[in-house]
Design a protein around this ligand. Sequence first.
Ligand SMILES: Cc1cc2nc3c(=O)[nH]c(=O)nc-3n(C[C@H](O)[C@H](O)[C@H](O)COP(=O)(O)OP(=O)(O)OC[C@H]3O[C@@H](n4cnc5c(N)ncnc54)[C@H](O)[C@@H]3O)c2cc1C
Length: 523
Amino acid sequence: MNRKVDFLVIGSGIAGLSFALKVAEHGSVLIVSKTSITETATGYAQGGIAAVMYNPDSYHKHIQDTLVAGSYLNNEEIVRMTITQSTERIEELIAWGAHFDKESSGRYALAREGGHSEYRVLHHQDRTGSEIQRALTERAINHPHIEILENHFTIDLITQHHLGRIVRRSHTDIQCFGAYVLNPETGVIDTVLAKTTMIATGGVGNVYQTTTNPTLATGDGIAMLYRAKGVVDNMEFIQFHPTSLYNQKEKPSFLITEALRGAGPVLKDDKGNEFMHKYDARGSLAPRDIVARAIDNEMKLTGKEHVFLDARHISEREILDHFPNIYAKCLSIGINIMKEMIPVVPAAHYICGGIKTDANGKTSIEQLYASGEVASTGLHGANRLASNSLLEALVFSHRASIAAIERMAAVDFEENIPDWNAEGTVLNEEMILITQSRKELQSIMSNYVGIVRSNLRLNRASDRLEILLREAEALYDKSVVSVDLCELRNMINVAYLIIKFASQRKESIGLHFSIDYAQKLKQ
Ligand SMILES: Cc1cc2nc3c(=O)[nH]c(=O)nc-3n(C[C@H](O)[C@H](O)[C@H](O)COP(=O)(O)OP(=O)(O)OC[C@H]3O[C@@H](n4cnc5c(N)ncnc54)[C@H](O)[C@@H]3O)c2cc1C
């Protein structure tokens, strides 16, 4: 079936919904989400959203912190633009109905996280993301111009390639005419024609074995864009959160927020000894990448599968008031964090790179925008400053909405798009092949392309990935499309890009740490 909308939005997290709410004032909007509307990484965010609110904080300080965290590989203009819009975007979010914690004086209660020189993180207890998701969802489902297709999977973007024209990556005039969308329940694939398409599909965490990301984070948007010959950037910069709860049975791994570390708990080994000062003078408050590498090193030295975060000296009041979610979660697996240390392990958490965009969220493809974790805007550089990602999504979705609305009158629907070419005939009876390939992929990425890398490991990863790629493409060509198979293919595409970018970077910087270009870790 063919459908026509002014704006097609792929993804229902903070990036997709905030864009949709703005453009819906100017045309019809279809939001496609492969999950339910609220099952997003946005809903998982705990710590909060960074913004400059009061003295003594300033835009200058927030800009400097962002540049330092990013090892100055950030685009300084983009950093300045994003940070100076932070207050305005937060005010808008509050006007949309999101609640943030306040002090008794009526001022917003601001937290300070690792890498921030001031208190500037707005939060809603330790459930900030679900509060933002709630507010945006309520508005979107009640908007008369917004239609939401939940549990529908976008397979591929539509470009000139689908009109039988050859498109090369170097072409500057590739256009996006919409996307092919699968209803997994019926197997029907709709052709959705759109004047503007927004990719807001989130992150890639599931290419690794241990991740804080929900299972939806399989890099679909990046893979789709790359297949459509668009430009990606900075793919080597994967942030590993140093402290996810060690609980092997659980996926995704439960995050122990940076904000808890900011409140005073200390990292210790299994003998109860502090170890962070061996690695960085800031101790347990050092930036994430340093802490993650230090934990990785301690685990390798001791042969243990985790280290501990000791919060026993934090007051009961502080824990119950500010971290009730973490307290309840740990208690549910038998750990009372007021009396026992929390076992923690690093987990893939965030990708700084992705689809390259300009200052308006525009990709290298015409009529195609990207915002949120899927995008590489230049804000984060080689490492993301904590709580800057929700802010980035708001700022770029806002700017993309203005740009897309302005362009709208000049764009027509492309009418001659063929239906999806369903060549495959084999039903997905060999599910075990997909499951096994997915596990192999995650093992390759965790073992060879994780926190500490080397040329040897990257080459090994590349050789093994090639076999998986061949097998997945062969399976894809003969099979009826399914979500599992598409996700596998997308994850392999994304893994290929991470390895490629990591291999090309001949230095250790930010989140990309290679023993071939760095001094040995201190012990
Ligand atoms: C545990 C955790 C804690 C975090 N804490 C913080 C924090 O405190 N502060 C902060 O700034 N950031 C935090 N982050 C990062 C931040 O939450 C994410 O970067 C951000 O929410 C991403 O928003 P998004 O809109 O880009 O994507 P998401 O919120 O992940 O939404 C992605 C959407 O795309 C849809 N989708 C994906 N692929 C397809 C497809 N093929 N077809 C159709 N739909 C598709 C999904 O169904 C979903 O609706 C945290 C992340 C995690 C995992």
